[in-house]
Ligand binder design. Structure first.
Ligand SMILES: [Zn+2]
Ligand SMILES: [Zn+2]
Length: 349
């Protein structure tokens, strides 16, 4: 089979590799589409070294068709459409024993800690697989993983019907959160970013979405003006870093300043830098900060919403390239992040 192999950092080659065998207790998947994630971009650059090594096959966002059912596997048939949940948790650490799998101390991901799905085939245990109805477009199956990240963030906040929301960061994750919260509330959602093409996506696909360009106006001031000084019920930080824009507070503090009394802030941008906040601003509102990492079985909820047409995966797809162009996909994301949210890779054999 062919696979997009990361042969050295910053270099992916389309190579002939050995096709995985479907071992007993596994299901062989004929990969249809994969999708480049922000983490993949870090791996590609070598920023996850030594957790990731070369050569390896990356890719943890993908979907496919069952090509072979291993001995002893029940409930799966050749041709079934499938979305793999890439998370491997241990089930034994204190977090897992509390049912808090996304915080597993040895959490692993296929495509990060093992070979992944940017290939024509992958063999996985059925416990990692979710069945997707056959009428869901092939391209959209690859987006179930990232949409589930948005869904998990939404579930961490307990957002309710009628709630107002702000999402700091209108990139891959921010736009998935927007889709997830729209399954709950039709009220105003503010999207904050500094890249115009990204900001245009939310209002293009949904009513009642207000885009705020933080390079042109103070998001907190605008949110307060639009909400009559009340603030929003829920704020999400999905920027990915704590960089401050001159004259503005950092994204986490901006979220705290934007919520109403009793509001909730959910942080998931994975910024490695410290982000200073002023606790008085939090305490006076008795606001709650929660965090969100990966997903926790939200694949089922996401697939249900895809079935009902309540998500708009097409809003996330910027380009579709053939699997042999995987390296080019990474280059495009680096060259033009403003106009590229998700790049899909076609691995159909
Ligand atoms: Zn990802
Ligand atoms: Zn664990």
């Amino acid at each position: 089979m062919k696979a997009a192999v990361l042969t050295a950092y910053n270099k992916i080659e389309w190579l002939e590799v050995e096709k995985p065998t479907c071992k007993p207790g596994e299901v062989l998947i004929d990969v249809m589409y994969g999708c480049i994630c922000g983490s993949d971009q870090h791996i590609h650059k070598g920023e996850f070294h030594p957790r990731t090594k070369t050569p390896m096959i990356i890719g943890h966002e993908f979907g496919g068709l069952v090509a072979e059912v291993g001995e002893g596997v029940e409930g799966w048939a050749v041709g079934d459409k499938v979305a793999p949940d890439p998370i491997i948790w241990c089930g034994k650490c204190p977090a897992c024993l509390k049912g808090h799998y996304p915080a597993c101390t040895t959490l692993k991901l296929i495509g990060v800690d093992t070979d992944g799905g940017f290939a024509q085939y992958i063999s996985l245990p059925p416990s990692m697989l979710y069945k997707v109805p056959s009428n869901i477009p092939d391209e959209h199956v690859a987006l179930v993983e990232v949409l589930s990240i948005g869904c998990h963030a939404k579930n961490r906040t307990n957002v309710k019907k009628g709630d107002t929301v702000v999402i700091w960061g209108s990139g891959k994750v921010g736009l998935c959160i927007l889709q997830a919260v729209r399954t709950v509330t039709d009220n105003t959602v503010f999207m904050v970013d500094i890249l115009e093409p990204r900001l245009a996506i939310g209002p293009n696909y949904y009513e009642n979405v207000i885009a705020i360009d933080a390079s042109k106006e103070n998001p907190v001031g605008r949110i307060m003006k639009e909400t009559g000084g009340k603030g929003v019920d829920i704020a999400f930080e999905a920027v990915g870093h704590a960089h401050e824009i001159e004259g503005l507070v950092n994204p986490v503090r901006g979220c705290i300043q934007s919520v109403c009394g009793g509001g909730t802030i959910c942080v998931l941008g994975l910024g490695a830098e410290p982000a200073p906040i002023v606790f008085k601003e939090l305490i006076w509102k008795e606001a709650i900060i929660v965090s969100s990492r990966v997903s926790h079985g939200e694949f089922a909820e996401t697939i249900e919403h895809l079935k009902n047409g309540r998500l708009k995966p097409e809003a996330l797809i910027s380009k579709v390239l053939h699997g042999s162009q995987t390296q080019r996909g990474f280059e495009i994301l680096d060259e033009n992040p403003a106009e590229n949210i998700k790049i899909l890779l076609d691995f159909r054999s």
